[in-house]
Design a protein around this ligand. Structure first.
Ligand SMILES: NC(=O)c1ccc[n+]([C@@H]2O[C@H](COP(=O)([O-])OP(=O)(O)OC[C@H]3O[C@@H](n4cnc5c(N)ncnc54)[C@H](OP(=O)(O)O)[C@@H]3O)[C@@H](O)[C@H]2O)c1
Length: 339
């Protein structure tokens, strides 16, 4: 069995994640049992939800186990199969460890057509983040032509798709992002009508008034914190909020106060709905058909940050929590097979 390099959770972070919360080790990879496969991980997705899973927080997914590899969505190649569902050489998607080789229950894996789309797209625009945007924007936000839509983390894996979907539906779309380069990308490449750099323009009430003079009808929330509070105040009557994420709060050690004027929800008849994409997987086929088609038509564009090597995963993940990624963040752990 091959030697398996892994990144395990060494300790639970208090506040910001630090290098000492991770440890690299190396063990002999196990052999697959009946119904299992041994895979070689090619691309590992790094996602914000991993930060709450590093704590003991009682959430919709259980905490990562101490001294075990962290896990994440990944694309991998089957090396050995003890299941009649897969054979060696198949390319699959599933939840695997932050490691070079993983054992998995074959029933939890999905075979992917490696020729249909670039492998990384299955972790981003055509995978979980893209589908999160699709569900949140189209099912909850339901933007109409002429309405104003706001998207925070506008160029991220989820935000970039969410903003472009709102444009496809005929809305005016405004976003915020963490650098001038990201804002330029949002406007020039993704088609946002406007985008502000939230690290420079700190008077969020004033900038939203300027960029959203008619108020906001749909908010796609990725960040939380002070930007969310300002957006909340700018919401129009009958506005909708798709509450997707609150990344600015994931490293907090004490709870933050919420928006102070909760009566606003009633006065403005707001619909505020939190969602977790894994509860809504039934429309995945429709999503792949629609978004795949819009990518071919050039209506949806995307960008990825690919970090080379498993050993760089912890640093890349810490960077994600500070906005250092530009588009979907993926770690390349192994080479793509030659097709
Ligand atoms: N509900 C669901 O089912 C679901 C599924 C997937 C993702 N999500 C959520 O969606 C959000 C976006 O996820 P993603 O995968 O698309 O990640 P991403 O946007 O590709 O990367 C995270 C981005 O968040 C921004 N950010 C990080 N720390 C921040 C801070 N302290 N304050 C403000 N902005 C900060 C940065 O963008 P800037 O540089 O532009 O600030 C960073 O690049 C996250 O909140 C995530 O938890 C929810």
């Amino acid at each position: 069995m091959p030697q398996n390099n892994r990144i395990v959770l060494a300790s639970r972070p208090q506040g910001d994640v630090k290098p000492e919360n991770f440890r690299r080790d190396s063990v002999a990879s196990a052999a697959p049992g009946d119904g299992q496969v041994l895979v070689r991980v090619i691309y590992l997705s790094l996602d914000p939800y991993m930060r709450p899973r590093m704590t003991e927080m009682n959430s919709y997914t259980p905490p990562f186990e101490l001294n075990q590899p962290l896990t994440g969505g990944a694309v991998a190649e089957v090396i050995e199969s003890k299941s009649d569902r897969f054979r060696a050489g198949d390319i699959v998607m599933g939840m695997f460890g932050w490691e070079q080789y993983s054992i998995a229950d074959a029933r939890l894996l999905r075979k992917i057509d490696a020729k249909a789309a670039p492998l990384i797209a299955n972790l981003g625009v055509l995978g979980m983040p893209g589908y999160t945007a699709y569900h949140g924007m189209l099912r909850i936000g339901q933007p109409k032509p002429g309405e104003t839509v706001f998207v925070s983390a506008a160029t991220g894996a989820v935000g970039a798709v969410a903003g472009q979907l709102a444009k496809i539906k005929g809305a005016r779309v405004v976003g915020c992002a963490g650098s001038d380069a990201k804002c330029e990308f949002a406007v020039k490449e993704l088609g946002y009508d406007a985008c502000f750099n939230h690290t420079k323009e700190r008077d969020y009430d004033a900038v939203l008034k300027k960029l959203c003079p008619k108020g906001i009808d749909v908010n796609f929330e990725n960040v939380g914190g002070p930007i969310f509070h300002a957006v909340f105040k700018a919401m129009n009557n009958f506005g909708r909020m798709a509450m997707c994420g609150a990344i600015s709060e994931y490293q907090d050690t004490t709870p933050r106060p919420g928006p102070d004027k909760m009566f606003t929800i009633i006065q403005r008849r707001l619909e505020i709905k939190g969602f977790i994409v894994s509860d809504h997987m039934q429309s995945m086929g429709e999503f792949v058909r629609d978004v795949g088609g819009w990518i071919k038509e050039g209506k949806i564009r995307y960008r990825e940050t690919v970090v080379e090597g498993l050993d760089n995963a912890p640093k890349a993940f810490m960077g994600l929590l500070k906005g250092e990624n530009f588009g979907k963040l993926v770690v390349k752990i192994g080479d793509e097979p030659k097709l």
